[in-house]
Design a protein around this ligand. Structure first.
Ligand code: GTP
Ligand code: MG
Length: 321
């Protein structure tokens, strides 16, 4: 325990090596993860911005430029780049480092690529934990970069206070998909590579869809054209992020999001504990085959089996819970 105490203390002091070690621990899961998060849980609060979009949309390049502007609004910025497709290889990691290398010497900027590894909660669980580590270390803004628009990204997006969806011309079918669902996840829509001629048309289409979708809503996401090459639309994007932040603060949405995350943490942990309790007490791996066989032969049903197990599990629930 002493070791964890020390590590937590060093993280709280903003020590870079301790932060890196802390994130590795939470990525790998297990007992140490719990010990370190317990120490850090109540420390620090950071604003979380998710940047998501298809591969190669220019997310990392954009973040690199956005950071310059965001430094006017936040003291310390952490960037967590998520790569669910290749958790172990260095490809994306190296790429992101190169794209954001302007900032590597800056003590107020921390860049880290994330892998899900053994984490029970998958990539969104690992990211959530890593956010806690950097928040405790005093980073008041965390940018989470995720690739694609699948379920795992949507899970990560749920972690964010503000989500920026980055689109590029040439998506074709993806616009269709946007109409159903994807539209819900962006608080800002950025059409990047505006130096390309087709981007204007895409922005028009997105604006049209946003107008339709958010007709009745109090908040309407802006659609912003950006070009990393021409350094255009960057200030506007940051203004959009800050405006959304103001909006969610003023409407108590921010507070609700925080509470939802706490609820998630409690539920997640409880489930984890109950699962391990069950595994421990019913010798699941040895008996599962036997149960399957019984049901397969028509001698029982999953309902009967679980009912029997349930009746035999003596959980002494004290009144005050
Ligand atoms: N023409 C043009 N190219 C851009 C622009 N922004 C980024 N790119 C290029 O697009 C490519 C991908 O950029 P990244 O920043 O790596 O994109 P990403 O979305 O982070 O990519 P992944 O993380 O791999 O999904 C690079 O070759 C960039 O130089 C832009 O505004 N215009
Ligand atoms: Mg990237």
């Amino acid at each position: 325990m002493e070791k964890t105490d020390n590590l937590a203390k060093n993280i709280k002091n903003g020590d870079i090596r301790a932060i890196a070690r802390g994130i590795s621990i939470v990525e790998n899961g297990g007992y140490e993860r719990e010990a370190i998060l317990q120490e850090l849980y109540t420390e620090g609060q950071s604003y979380i911005v998710g940047i998501t979009g298809p591969p190669g949309a220019g997310k990392s390049s954009l973040i690199d430029l956005l950071i310059n502007e965001l430094k006017n609004h936040f003291k310390k910025i952490a960037i967590l780049a998520i790569d669910p497709s290749s958790p172990f290889t260095g490809g994306a990691i190296l790429g992101d480092r190169i794209r954001m290398q302007k900032h590597t010497g800056d003590p107020d900027i921390y860049i880290r690529s994330m892998a899900s590894r053994g984490h029970l909660g998958g990539i969104s669980g690992a990211t959530k934990d890593a956010i806690k580590v950097v928040s405790a270390a005093g980073y008041d803004l965390v940018i989470v970069e995720t690739v694609g628009v699948g379920q795992s990204e949507i899970d990560v997006v749920k972690l964010a206070d503000t989500t920026v969806l980055v689109l590029v011309p040439g998506l074709g079918d993806e616009i269709q998909a946007m109409k159903s669902g994807i539209m819900e996840i962006g608080d800002l829509f950025v059409v990047n590579k505006s130096d390309r001629p087709e981007s204007e048309k895409l922005a028009t289409t997105v604006r049209w869809i946003v107008d339709e979708h958010y007709k009745e809503e109090a908040y309407k996401p802006p659609v912003i054209l950006t070009s990393v090459y021409k350094n255009e639309g960057i200030e506007e994007t940051v203004r959009g992020i800050m405006a959304h932040k103001d909006y969610i603060y003023e409407n108590d949405i921010y507070k609700q999001k925080r509470k939802m995350r706490i609820e998630d943490d409690i539920r997640g942990l409880l489930e984890e504990k109950l699962n391990s309790f069950i595994e421990h007490h019913i010798k699941y791996p040895e008996r599962i085959e036997q149960w399957v066989e019984k049901v397969y032969k028509g001698n029982s049903t999953p309902f009967d089996i679980v009912k029997e197990i349930h009746e035999n599990l003596i959980i002494d629930v004290k009144e005050e819970i």
